[in-house]
Design a protein around this ligand. Structure first.
Ligand SMILES: O=P(O)(O)OC[C@H]1O[C@H](O[C@H]2O[C@H](CO)[C@@H](O)[C@H](O)[C@H]2O)[C@H](O)[C@@H](O)[C@@H]1O
Length: 268
């Protein structure tokens, strides 16, 4: 277990790019990317978080050179429609639902049991929260995000308490956090880190020869950083409320774009 640091304590990747290339050495790079807050800036309406043409082009070009997977809390279909590149892997609902090139399809084995429970929780949340202005209940196949970014500060506790009430009745769901959201997720030890490990196995990325890099900005990305901290590198974008297992930082999404551009030139 490595000691976690605050994002402020970490070196900026762009200012230390030679150190990154040295760590990579002769190993083959694979890239794992979060979506919201990493490839797109955080915006108030989740539907408006669009991938820029610039990022789309770079990711598309990079995916011809190295394996790329996008690991998101979003629903996999929503994620795929927003990114719209055929040559990358999509892991939606925090890694519960994965598709990719060459017929790759993986849904977590819990699917049959958990879907009716999520359906019921979604219905209850919609009913109980319907009179609170600004709240948004976002159903993903294997999770539900309750957004309170646009809720009046006086009502935020009510939103959080309502989520707790619904969770109290569902032993098979657990609570998750994120940027101005509370999530209801399957109470299973599966997350972006486990999905990342599953993908490195599936892609046959032997640890001796490969170097996975994961870029993310939020609490749920910490599982991904931890999964690769011995054999690869976690890069945090901005900061979140806790210490991080990442080893480098990028200031914001524009620095992510800059890094991806540099990477493309380096690999060409
Ligand atoms: O794992 P990610 O790809 O980072 O997804 C995490 C959550 O992202 C989205 O919500 C966040 O971004 C929204 C758009 O910028 C913002 O309005 C919201 O406040 C953020 O929490 C997405 O809507 C969620 O489903 C994801 O779980």
């Amino acid at each position: 277990m490595h000691k976690k640091k605050t994002a402020e304590e970490l070196p900026n990747l762009l200012e230390n790019i030679e150190g990154f290339y040295n760590k990579l050495g002769n190993k083959k790079l694979s890239l794992f990317l979060d979506y919201d807050g990493t490839l797109t800036p955080i915006v108030s309406n989740p539907d408006e978080a669009k991938l820029s043409e610039k990022n789309k082009n770079i990711i598309s070009e990079l995916s011809k050179l190295i394996p790329i997977a996008i690991l998101s809390g979003r629903d996999r279909k929503d994620l795929k429609s927003k990114v719209d590149i055929d040559s990358v892997i999509y892991a939606g609902s925090h890694g519960f639902d994965i598709t990719g090139p060459n017929g790759l399809e993986m849904e977590h084995e819990s699917k049959a049991d958990i879907l009716p429970t999520l359906d019921q929780a979604e219905e209850e949340l919609n009913e109980k929260l319907k009179n609170i202005d600004g709240v948004k209940v976002e159903r993903k196949k294997y999770a539900i995000a309750v957004h309170y970014r646009n809720v009046n500060e006086d009502h935020i506790d009510l939103v959080k308490n309502t989520v707790d009430e619904v969770l109290d009745q569902q032993d098979s769901l657990k609570k998750g956090g994120g940027k101005k959201i509370v999530e209801l997720k399957p109470a299973i030890n599966w997350h972006k880190g486990r999905a990342l490990e599953w993908l490195t196995n599936h892609l046959d990325l032997d640890k001796q020869e490969n170097y996975p890099v994961f870029i993310g900005d939020d609490l749920t990305d910490e599982d991904g950083f931890e999964a690769i901290q011995d054999d690869g590198m976690g890069i945090i974008v901005g900061a979140h409320s806790e210490k991080t297992a990442a080893s480098y930082k990028l200031q914001d999404t524009s620095q992510v774009t800059e890094f991806l551009e540099q990477l493309k030139r380096f690999l060409d």
